[in-house]
Design a protein around this ligand. Structure first.
Ligand SMILES: Cc1ncc(COP(=O)(O)O)c(C=O)c1O
Length: 453
């Protein structure tokens, strides 16, 4: 019996012969050319007809058999099965996306990452490669040596007097925040979050069943006077309010701490980009003022890269212990290689070096961005961080401006994207750290053309 199908096998790189054969039978069954019950040739006849080895024909039948397209036993013949096999799920066609590399991104949040690996970076990973991981689980709060090095680091650069017992290594700010909410908060608790503010924090609160209370901010940051008595926690970005960029003045910091002591609420200090500060004096971290009331979140995301997924949480030892106990059960803590690399980077001064170098680069870029954009609105938040916010006249629709900029090849974030219930002027949140200096100049040129029009 011949196969009665025009079977064509290609030996020019079209893949293994048995897979080609199986696919042609599949297609014929699928489109009805071969009906249920149709008897197929024996593997011997098929092999002869196609001038292939019998193993090829047998392998094709085995595959079709396993997938349910054909049935039958050796000796009694092979038939097309009458059960139609499950078709693979059709994936929804993705709308065409503009090529990422065609767009210049001024979205905030990503540091400049050069094309070459720094010698300091390579040294750290060489150091990792010479060591052997522990023969068991590492401490769920983080490697003891890293916790000690981080305690020294946050003491030196953020003025927080603490020891290893206050440190927990995280996969970044968002991870630390979620862990904290999961372990220390109950569904229904009220948490105050800046509005406009960091939307990941709002999502984290909602995911844990918390009730989010929107608190206004001004050019200095959070309106501390608006905090009510029944809040369990406040999430705040005092060193560079996200996204408006205010630096919470000392008087408001003190007032915030006094309020937390009075009410018993926890202050969650997101210190995401405090390493970058230009021509202004440092302000005390909230955690420096009272580590019993404050949980401080730090991250490598703005210093090195968000792709490393590494950060730290500073809190009282009792909070750290509770979080570590939770992680011992969940198994959810950063892996040994990344922790060991960070330890090496801290020990040999590489992290400090990167921050010093980036600070110089970002200061120049910030100056340039401010000078190009000044004619179009009020620039705020330029004293620190990796982004500025251009507050636009009320007549502007910032989403429409961002859409126009995108069509012209530049991605920026509209300020209204960060607002929830508290109204405020339109604006653009503009990150100046990510692109090369040349791309930044081009992007700013395009953006000013859009704003001009
Ligand atoms: C306000 C704020 N906090 C924290 C982060 C960093 O989060 P993670 O450490 O999880 O990367 C960002 C990043 O954009 C941010 O904007």
């Amino acid at each position: 019996m011949d196969s009665s199908l025009p079977l064509i096998l290609s030996r020019d790189g079209a893949g293994p012969l048995h897979l080609q054969l199986a696919e042609q039978f599949r297609a014929a069954i699928r489109d009805g050319r071969l009906q249920a019950g149709h008897r197929l040739p024996s593997t011997r006849d098929l092999a002869k007809e196609l001038s292939v080895s019998r193993t090829v024909a047998q392998a094709a039948y085995d595959q079709l058999h396993a997938e349910g397209w054909i049935a039958g036993k050796t000796g009694s013949g092979t038939y097309v099965a009458d059960v139609v096999p499950l078709q693979p799920a059709q994936r929804a066609a993705r709308p065409p996306q503009p090529e990422a590399e065609e767009l210049l991104s001024l979205r905030p949040g990503i540091p400049y990452i050069g094309a070459e690996a720094d010698p300091g970076w390579r040294r750290a990973w060489r150091e990792v490669s010479t060591q052997v991981p522990a023969r068991g689980y590492d401490h769920p709060a983080g490697l003891p040596a890293l916790r000690a090095a981080l305690a020294e680091h946050v003491g030196r650069v953020r003025g927080i007097a603490c020891g290893p017992e206050n440190l927990l290594v995280t996969n970044g700010t968002t991870h630390g925040l979620r862990l904290l909410l999961a372990v220390t908060r109950a569904a229904g608790d009220r948490i105050a979050i800046e509005d406009p503010g960091y939307l990941n924090a709002v999502t984290a609160a909602h995911d844990h069943g918390l009730q989010v209370v929107d608190i206004p901010v001004d050019e200095d940051g959070l309106w501390v006077d608006d905090l009510g008595p029944d809040l369990a926690a406040v999430y705040v970005t005092p060193s560079h309010q996200y996204p408006l960029g205010g630096r919470l003045p000392v008087a408001r910091r003190n007032e915030l701490i006094r309020w937390a002591r009075r009410t018993g609420a926890t202050l969650i200090e997101d210190d995401y980009d405090s390493e970058f500060r230009y021509d202004v004096a440092p302000l005390p971290a909230l955690a420096q003022l009272d580590l019993d009331r404050v949980v401080h979140l730090g991250t490598l995301s703005k210093m090195l890269s968000p792709s490393l997924r590494l950060g730290w949480l500073v809190a009282s030892p009792s909070v750290v212990d509770r979080l570590a106990d939770h992680r011992a059960a969940s198994g959810d803590w950063p892996g040994w290689p990344m922790q060991t690399a960070l330890l090496a980077m801290l020990r040999d001064g590489y992290l400090d070096q990167v921050v010093r170098r980036s600070r110089r680069l970002y200061a120049e870029r910030r100056n340039h961005a401010c000078s190009v954009l000044t004619p179009y609105g009020q620039i705020v938040g330029q004293d620190a961080g990796l982004h500025i916010t251009l507050v636009l006249p009320d007549s502007f629709d910032d989403r429409a401006v961002a859409a126009k900029a995108r069509a012209a090849g530049v991605v920026v974030a509209p300020l209204s994207e960060y607002r929830r219930s508290i109204p405020g002027p339109p604006g653009l949140v503009i990150g100046y750290a990510t692109p090369s200096t040349e791309d930044l100049n081009r992007a700013l040129q395009i953006l000013s053309g859009v704003l001009e029009s």
